[in-house]
Design a protein around this ligand. Sequence first.
Ligand code: ZN
Length: 154
Amino acid sequence: MAIRNVRTDGNPVLREVCKPVAVVNDGIRKILDDMLETMYEKDGVGLAAPQIGIPKRMAVIDDRDGHILKLVNPKIVKSEGEQISTEGCLSVPGYRGKCKRPMKVWVEALNENGEEISFEAEGFLAVICCHEFDHLDGILYKDKAVEFERAEES
Ligand code: ZN
């Protein structure tokens, strides 16, 4: 595994509509492993492939509550309810904001073995899914934030 360079706001790769992954092979699995390692290194809860400069539809998530996910070609097929989230992004360092997100989403994707999976995500996990999958369409959370401000120094 290797830690990859995280691209930040202003880099055009973050604005691309990412291409679907055609075949989940060893190369894809290596990228997913690198994404997870990079996410942990930066203390994030999610990371999307364009954030490491790869415009393909992949995301990794660890909500720190038992859900560690490596997702290929993920999509939200249904959503329900509403919540106001507090979000930050490794590609928009030093800021945080609030977004209106669904309370619950239903996700379909491929796992790292290329098998079809589906799951429901609620609360914080739903927020992470929405945030990461937006990256795959070139959308940053600040685009839809209802509040966006410099984060307090911690
Ligand atoms: Zn992000």
